[in-house]
Design a protein around this ligand. Structure first.
Ligand code: ATP
Ligand code: MG
Length: 300
C-alpha cells in the first residue's frame, strides 16, 4: 500500500467480494444515495400485479413515510391513473421520448403528487401513439427517478420485450404475482429460473400468490406451488372481490379501504420485507403462520 496499491485481496476470490472492494474504492461519500427499484410483474395477464404494485407503493409511502414513486409502464392500458382517481397523463411518455432532459425540474413537473410521500408517473392509456422506445430509454427514466426518490415501484405489463427483461434484470427487487393455476405456475417458474440464472449474486425474486380461494375454481395448493418454484411465497393474498372492487370504484387502495383486512396485513408485511424494516408483533406472527401453513403444519 505504501507503494500506491489502493487495496489487496487474498485468494480464493468470490465475485461479490471483488465487487464490494472495487465499489468501496470509488465510493463518493458526498454523493446522494440512490433509490431502491422494485419491479412488479404478473406471471400472466390479469393476476393483480398492478393492484399489488399500487398498494405496496401507497403503503411504503403513506404508512412507512418513505418517498415513493410508482411508474406505470403499461403505456396503452395502465391503471395507475384510474386506481388513484387521478388523471392519466403524458408523464411517462414525455420522459421516455427525451430521457436525457429529465432533470429535477422536469421530473417535478411530470410527476403527479399524491400525498406527502407518494408521486405517480401515470401512463397515457391511449392507443393513438405507438411506443417503441429503446430499453436504454426506460433504463434512463428509472435511473433519473431513483436519483431523486428513495423507493421506485415499476408497474410492468405482462409482455416479454427486451425492455421488460432488462428492467427485471436491473431491479433491486422483483415481485412476481401469480394466481394458483397451471399457466401462472409455468410462467412464474420460467421467470424465476431466468432471474436466478442471470443474477446469481442477487436476492431471489419474491413470489406473491394472489386471488386464492375463488369459489368453485380448482386450485393448485400453495404448498405444491412453492415446492415447484423452489421459493417460499412472500405473501398469500385471498380473493376478495367485494373489497378489491369497492376500492377500485372509489379510487382508493385496498389498505386504505380496509386497513385491518388480512389482505392488507399481507401486503403490509411484504412492504416490510422489501424495505428491510424489521417486523414486529402481529406482522411477525402473520408471516410465521404463512410459513408453517406452507410446510403443512397447523396454523398458529
Ligand atoms: N385478491 C384479489 N381479489 C379480488 N380481486 C382482485 C384481487 N387482486 C386483484 N383483483 C382484481 O383483479 C383485476 C385485475 O387486476 P390488475 O389490473 O391489477 O391485474 P394485472 O395483473 O395488472 O393485469 P394486466 O395484465 O391487465 O396488467 C382488478 O379488477 C383487481 O381489482
Ligand atoms: Mg397491470
Amino acid at each position: 500500500m505504501r507503494r500506491g496499491a489502493s487495496e489487496y485481496l487474498v485468494a480464493p476470490l468470490a465475485p461479490l467480494q471483488l465487487i464490494e472492494v472495487i465499489s468501496g474504492l470509488y465510493l463518493d461519500a458526498g454523493s446522494n444515495p440512490i433509490g431502491r427499484v422494485v419491479a412488479v410483474v404478473g406471471a400472466r395477464g390479469g393476476v393483480g400485479s398492478s393492484t399489488l404494485a399500487h398498494n405496496i407503493g401507497w403503503c411504503i409511502a403513506e404508512e412507512m413515510h418513505i418517498n415513493t414513486t410508482i411508474i406505470d409502464l403499461d403505456l396503452p392500458f395502465g391503471t395507475v391513473g384510474l386506481d388513484f382517481n387521478d388523471e392519466a397523463s403524458q408523464g411517462v411518455v414525455d420522459a421516455l421520448s427525451a430521457p436525457e432532459r429529465l432533470d429535477d425540474v422536469l421530473l417535478d413537473r411530470l410527476l403527479l403528487k399524491r400525498g406527502e410521500h407518494l408521486s405517480l408517473f401515470t401512463a397515457p392509456a391511449t392507443l393513438e401513439r405507438e411506443q417503441d422506445s429503446a430499453p436504454e430509454a426506460y433504463e434512463a427514466v428509472v435511473h433519473a427517478v431513483r436519483q431523486a426518490i428513495p423507493c421506485v415501484i415499476l408497474d410492468l405489463p405482462h409482455v416479454w420485450q427486451p425492455w421488460v427483461k432488462a428492467a427485471l434484470l436491473a431491479a433491486d427487487d422483483v415481485v412476481i404475482v401469480a394466481t394458483p393455476d397451471l399457466t401462472s405456475l409455468r410462467n412464474a417458474k420460467n421467470i424465476i429460473d431466468l432471474l436466478k440464472t442471470a443474477r446469481p449474486n442477487d436476492a431471489p425474486p419474491r413470489l406473491v400468490v394472489n386471488q386464492i380461494g375463488i369459489p368453485k375454481r380448482p386450485e393448485i395448493p400453495t404448498k405444491d406451488f412453492a415446492e415447484t418454484m423452489g421459493l417460499d411465497p412472500s405473501a398469500l393474498i385471498a380473493f376478495e372481490p367485494q373489497l378489491f372492487g369497492q376500492s377500485a370504484n372509489n379510487g382508493q387502495m385496498v389498505i386504505e379501504t380496509s386497513p385491518k383486512a388480512p389482505v392488507s396485513e399481507a401486503m403490509r408485511s411484504l412492504c416490510r420485507a422489501i424495505t428491510g424494516r424489521t417486523m414486529q408483533g402481529a406482522d411477525a406472527k402473520n408471516t410465521s403462520s404463512i410459513f408453517s401453513f406452507l410446510k403443512g403444519k397447523k396454523r398458529a
